[in-house]
Design a binder for this molecule. Structure first.
Ligand code: ZN
Length: 361
């Protein structure tokens, strides 16, 4: 048996991959995060082995200045939509953190609901109130529950305004609404917008540019796995900063270039996702980008329980199998449990960068 943890070179014959038309690519001479020109080739000839909809082979460079990585060249703004022709956010399911099967999982599931109800004001059921005290004793579970609610505080008296950038089918908007936020979303995916509206959620079709004339409207803005998709990530952060009220908070999450998974799986790491992911951050480069956009009080949060699915997907990419259905059967390996523990203790190596930041008053 080959060791599945060793990076495996793609089984796809690169000559089978169609080209992305050169006229629809743009050159990237400088780092889109810090503007530095010096760089080193990190991965060559990456292909879309996740949704298998985007043609092209892509090179990724690591910036010699801030340490972020970026595709160069990359699809231009006018044609990038082609890489999303079979995207999934419109049909994403709300998978519970713990499935309610078997006696122990059922107990954990109901404790989690008890924790969410008391900590975030949700009304989940079935729930056991003891979860309020017991879940905090289980850090990975607590982290996963907190991340589901994006580490939000309760809304201020009279309600608070929240915007979710790249809200997909509105899964999180529904949670935020349940917490008492006046929640709105925007997304590029027309189908996702339709699905969210069908749930009675307030969602507009488009990007952050929809708010060009708006200032200081929101108490909280969240952006989950969005910043890695945009051509100018610092500009997006500046626009978010402008849209926040003084004292307003940003929550964002993005794959971590410095993660254990990237080290283990190299070009097969799930987080690379070419050519939809245009920029990938390290903890330091994300902090620098947030500061450049005007944010302060930047903190990293623990995400919890994502490592298994990222590792399983990365292994499927390495074996050239269907990534979207890849999941671990049975119990996680002991090595995964240890890796999860390592991620808790070493924030710099987590699979996702889960950050909060504040716009000072
Ligand atoms: Zn840079």
């Amino acid at each position: 048996m080959p060791n599945p943890r060793r990076p495996i070179i793609a089984a796809v014959d690169p000559s089978d991959v169609a080209e992305w038309p050169e006229s629809e690519c743009e050159a990237v001479e400088r780092c889109p995060v810090c503007g530095f020109g010096q760089r080193a080739l990190l991965h060559a000839g990456l292909t879309d082995r996740i949704f298998r909809v985007a043609p092209g082979r892509w090179n990724m460079y690591r910036c010699g200045g801030c340490g972020a990585a970026y595709l160069a060249p990359r699809p231009d703004r006018a044609t990038i939509g082609r890489a999303y022709s079979n995207y999934y956010t419109h049909c994403a399911q709300n998978v519970p953190t713990v499935r309610r099967i078997g006696a122990i999982r059922t107990l954990l599931h109901d404790w989690l609901n008890g924790y969410l109800n008391s900590r975030y004001g949700l009304a989940r059921h079935p729930a056991r109130a003891a979860g309020r005290l017991l879940i905090p004793l289980l850090p990975p579970l607590r982290a996963a529950a907190d991340a589901e609610c994006r580490h939000l505080a309760r809304p201020p008296a009279g309600g608070g305004a929240l915007l979710d950038v790249g809200c997909g089918n509105g899964r999180f908007l529904a949670v935020a609404r349940e917490m008492g936020w006046r929640a709105e979303g925007i997304d590029f995916d027309e189908q996702a917008v339709r699905a969210a509206r069908a749930e009675g959620l307030q969602v507009r079709h488009g990007g952050i540019e929809l708010f060009d004339d708006v200032r200081e409207r929101y108490d909280v803005i969240t952006a989950s796995h969005v910043i890695e998709h945009v051509h100018d990530p610092v500009d997006m952060l500046v626009r978010i900063h402008r849209l926040l009220k003084p004292g307003g908070r940003l929550w964002l999450e993005t794959p971590n270039l410095a993660s254990l998974g990237h080290r283990l799986y190299g070009p097969n790491w799930r987080g690379l996702e070419p050519p939809r992911h245009l920029v990938l951050f390290t903890p330091d480069s994300l902090r620098a980008a947030l500061r450049k956009a005007g944010f302060s009080r930047i903190s990293q949060e623990l995400r919890g329980l994502v490592l298994y699915s990222i590792f399983a997907a990365s292994e499927a990419i390495g074996r050239d199998e269907d990534v979207l259905t890849a999941s671990r059967k049975g119990r996680p390996k002991m090595s995964d449990v240890l890796a999860e523990a390592c991620e808790m203790l070493a924030p710099g190596q987590r699979e996702f960068l889960t950050f909060r930041a504040v716009k000072e008053k």
